[in-house]
Ligand binder design. Structure first.
Ligand SMILES: C[S@@+](CC[C@H](N)C(=O)[O-])C[C@H]1O[C@@H](n2cnc3c(N)ncnc32)[C@H](O)[C@@H]1O
Length: 264
């Protein structure tokens, strides 16, 4: 942990800390807040989007741990601990559920080790500092903690828009999903530029934290070869959200697409 703390650079913004700022958390620094405010100027409903993304995570994990019987989760791009972390949602439904958390931000790892511990008697949680751009490394380490002969819930929530086209996010998803047993599931959300001007999309791409906003079709292609569950690839505002208290935000306010898909 000391080593991770030495590698922290608080003078440059980081995605996890900026997201924590939008969610109203305290684990962020001046550079993250400045970058967060610059996004608010471009996209004023970003806080609604962040909160709705967390609600999507909760609903999707409830579905996997409940109706779909998943007991193991590989959560890549974990983020800083907040309300309703993956293991808390899963273990409310099935206490034996285990989670491997993966993030490339050393601060996330420091907090995760301190805060993302399962309750006594519940399934284990593990942490891995790794980059989603190296799927084979993640799979090799995850296989030490998860049973790859049983279905796994792979979570890629609000992480792949940090990956440029040249780094092939579509190939990353394919390499990860192909390594999982049949009957596993992919849970994914991704910010879209469909509701922004081309200039704003370009500003996101070239900002201090480059964000690659994609079209609905480009996000849909992340699910190629998988069996997408109802209601398909839709806005996080509208994904199985019937029981959420109203009024619901419009999809232009969340500007994030998502889906849950079965891996055959
Ligand atoms: C917007 S947060 C999303 C957190 C959580 N998944 C959620 O949806 O609430 C994005 C997370 O992805 C992590 N991240 C960004 N790029 C990454 C990469 N190349 N490899 C692994 N994690 C990454 C960030 O550190 C951050 O914790």
């Amino acid at each position: 942990m000391a080593e991770a703390q030495e590698r922290l650079d608080t003078s440059v913004p980081h995605p996890a800390r900026r997201y924590n700022y939008w969610l109203g958390g305290k684990d962020n620094f001046a550079a993250d807040r400045e970058s967060g405010d610059a996004v608010v100027a471009l996209f004023p409903s970003i806080r609604t989007a962040a909160l709705e993304n967390r609600r999507f995570l909760r609903r999707a994990v409830e579905l996997l741990a409940g109706e779909l019987g998943i007991r193991q989760f590989l959560d890549i791009g974990t983020g800083l601990p907040t309300a309703d972390n993956t293991h808390e949602v899963a273990q409310r439904v099935a206490p034996e559920s285990s989670v491997v958390y993966v993030d490339n931000d050393p601060l996330v790892m420091v907090h995760a080790r301190a805060l993302l511990n399962a309750a006594p008697g519940a399934g284990p949680t593990h942490y891995l500092e790794a980059d989603v751009r190296s799927p084979e490394d993640i799979l090799r380490e995850a296989a030490k903690r998860l049973d790859f002969s049983r279905p796994i819930g792979l979570m890629l929530i609000a992480v792949l828009h940090f990956i440029a086209d040249e780094e092939d996010p579509w190939g990353i998803v394919r390499r990860l999903t192909e390594a999982l047993p049949a009957g596993s599931y992919l849970v994914l959300s991704h910010s879209t530029g469909e509701f922004l001007t081309p200039e704003a999309v370009q500003t996101f791409r070239t900002s201090a934290i480059p964000v690659h906003l994609r079209t609905h079709d480009e996000i849909g292609r992340l699910f190629d070869g998988l069996e997408v569950l109802d209601p398909g690839v839709v806005s996080i505002s509208n994904w199985r959200a019937e029981k959420e208290p109203g009024p619901r935000p419009d999809e232009s306010e969340t500007a994030t697409d998502c889906a849950v898909a079965r891996i055959r």
